[in-house]
Design a protein around this ligand. Sequence first.
Ligand SMILES: C[S@@+](CC[C@H](N)C(=O)[O-])C[C@H]1O[C@@H](n2cnc3c(N)ncnc32)[C@H](O)[C@@H]1O
Length: 298
Amino acid sequence: MSMNSHAEQLNLKIEKGNSTLGNIAKTFFTTENKSTELPITLNSIYNENCLVTMARMPDNFLDMTITSPPYDDMRSYDGNNILQFKSIAQELYRITQEGGVVVWVIGDQTTKGNESGTSFVHALYFKEIGFNLFDTMIYAKKPRGAVGNNKTYWQAFEYMFVLSKGTPKTINLICDRENKDSRNGDSGTKRLHDGTLYKHNRGGYSKFGRRTNIWKYNVGKGHSTKDPVAFEHPAIFPEALARDHILSWSNEGDIIYDPFLGSGTTAKMCLINDRNYIGSEINSKYVEIAHKRILSCL
Ligand SMILES: C[S@@+](CC[C@H](N)C(=O)[O-])C[C@H]1O[C@@H](n2cnc3c(N)ncnc32)[C@H](O)[C@@H]1O
């Protein structure tokens, strides 16, 4: 299927995106085995609806996606808070490679003591269209999250759904959880009942083991990022969160997409960690912030 027909199917017009900082134009092959210039540039931010950007991408293109979508009515983003969730999920499935991963960071809005449950609806729909729900992880906000309403406990976490197309092809688990009783392996002998010597090896515990799936980050000014300009965006996720997922589910040189790029956190972390990024952000005000952050680390 051609790029244009994807867009037509989604009833969208392909506009010329504000693709800047792009530096690697790649040649790909269509299904007809004809060489064609792909209308997408790596290491670029597209100032447009993510559905338009995704329509530019061929099937099985991305190694990874990490994003936090607008959900419920938590923020207005200048009127860009209507999520065409099902179309976006379907497009993500199409453009993700076999073994590729999508990390979907999301919470729920509470209205009159009733949580929306949007996070679960999304996770189940991703499963319905073919994604594997590889891990439901927690992004815990230190020191205590948001106040919420005073009849509940503090709202201190969001979900990080790790979805994969088949089995994840890259798994680099971060091992920074300190084992209290680390010890080297050793070997020794033990005299058995019949008097013979039995040689045995005792396994060790390394000083650091793999993390749990609850990741805690300090949030807010000076914590989520040291870039003051990023806080002109109302809902950024911590740089460390993006970095840790990028390191876990991708390798250097991989292509990583953020359909809701906001202040550019994902792009900045890709750049620093030698991955290629593509970002979509509908609001030009936020695209400018993202460009400033990227330029400051070039
Ligand atoms: C939760 S914020 C993402 C913040 C980002 N993770 C960061 O660290 O800065 C969601 C962003 O999605 C953008 N947005 C909303 N609908 C969009 C769409 N259809 N396509 C692209 N961007 C969209 C909003 O303008 C907003 O900046």
